[in-house]
Design a protein around this ligand. Structure first.
Ligand code: ADP
Ligand code: MG
Length: 380
């Protein structure tokens, strides 16, 4: 999927190369952390993979293409097979959430119907259903990054590159983003993520490629961020399903820790943690929770009891419960008149888990091969 052979990258006017004789392979379905201190060459490496830049020497093959020999005319079509996510989100500030994601498909000439279906699908995957009409400024940092991830995957890319995607986010939000990337990887998308945050890397025990001053220091199948001598070796991974389950188990552990430390938000974080269990069959016995709980706020005049909220199991039941409650409120006119101001009604809504088998199937959606040279594609 990605092959670097003795790649050196020198920028004009700099004495030392940003990458020096770097060689590695990334296989289809891998989840790879690219780690190293600031200035070690991580972003340079990702830019070379996307062909935003070309190597000074050495060979780079990505998705079967020799990037040195690729004509600039072909580059836009090549890039459509690669999703990218950045530390600073890079959303279009004058466009809504929906438009930001749809844009990525519209430039490929996708029909309105296909665009709509796919945008809604990925917005659901990243947990932003219902926020389609928001502007980026009306979202939290974590939500903005989820829009950026939705945009990156809406075309069902074979490869997702993330350059410090959690760099601007707090730890709990970063965990959510990591969980999302692990889920995307579990659907078959190869993920390469540059980071200098040790916590995730140590916890996830996935492939780690470490750069230092532009040189490849380490390439480990189940590495941690720093010295890994104390980390027990895991058995070689035979199947990607096992690898995914392993990543998600590790993620759950991270999230449990975050949830424990976060006290007030701990319940929601724990619920979200448990939801990852449904993505792939777990290699070890894990509680299977097939539904994901998110909180929605509905304008109303009454609050549900905690017990009622906890009992709600499906969206239908919640809807029914809300209707019942509305009837009760309407019947109690006196209480309604006495209410001085509307109070928000917070309800858990249960969203069915995404069917992994239906995700990431670029071939089936006809989005994976863009050989139509007459089309005009994105240039970045
Ligand atoms: P990282 O992403 O790990 O922080 P970078 O790939 O951004 O590292 O940078 C690696 C080295 O290359 C650094 O010394 C940086 O200053 C240099 N560098 C990066 N981009 C350019 C550029 N466009 N022009 C000149 N030097 C650059
Ligand atoms: Mg960088």
């Amino acid at each position: 999927m990605i092959r670097f052979e003795n790649v050196t990258k020198r920028y004009r006017g700099t004495a030392k190369p940003a990458l020096n004789d770097v060689s590695f392979n990334v296989d289809r379905g891998d989840f790879v952390f690219l780690v190293g201190a600031s200035g070690s060459g991580k972003s340079s490496c990702l830019r070379l993979i996307m062909r935003e830049d070309v190597a000074s020497s050495g060979q780079i093959h990505v998705l079967g293409h020799d990037l040195k020999r690729m004509s600039s005319r072909k580059v836009p079509y090549f890039r459509r097979q690669i999703g990218s996510v950045f530390q600073d989100f890079r959303l279009l500030s004058t466009k809504t959430v929906f438009q930001n994601v749809a844009f990525a498909l519209q430039v490929t000439g996708a029909s309105r119907a296909l665009t709509h279906t796919n945008v809604e699908r990925v917005l659901e995957l990243v947990g932003l259903t219902g926020k389609e009409k928001r502007m980026p400024t009306e979202l939290s940092g974590g939500e903005q990054q989820r829009v950026a991830i939705a945009r990156a995957i809406v075309g069902d890319p074979k490869l997702l590159l993330a350059d410090e995607p959690t760099g601007n986010l707090d730890p709990a939000t970063s965990t959510e983003i990591m969980r999302l990337l692990a889920r995307i990887n579990a659907t078959g998308t190869t993920v390469v993520m540059a980071t200098h945050e040790a916590g995730f890397v140590d916890q996830m025990k996935r492939r780690v490629i470490e750069l230092k001053f532009g040189e490849l220091m380490r390439d480990e199948a189940h590495g941690g961020y720093g010295d890994t001598s104390a980390i027990p070796r895991l058995a070689p991974v035979k199947a990607r399903g096992e690898a995914s389950a392993e990543a998600l188990s590790a993620m759950r552990k991270v999230q449990r820790e975050v949830a424990t430390g976060a006290s007030a938000g701990a319940t929601a974080a724990t619920a979200a943690t448990a939801a990852t269990a449904a993505v792939v069959p777990a290699a070890e016995p894990e509680p299977q929770i097939a539904e994901e709980v998110i909180e929605v706020v509905v304008e109303g005049r009454a609050e549900p009891s905690v017990a009622e909220a906890a009992e709600a199991q499906t969206a239908d039941e919640v809807a029914e419960s809300l209707t019942t409650q509305a009837d009760e409120v309407a019947a109690d006119e006196e209480a309604a008149q006495n209410a001085t101001s509307p109070r928000p009604l917070t309800r858990p809504i249960v969203i069915p888990e995404i069917n992994v088998a239906e995700l990431g199937v670029a071939d089936r959606l006809g989005l994976s091969d863009f050989d139509d040279d007459d089309e005009v594609g994105p240039t970045s």
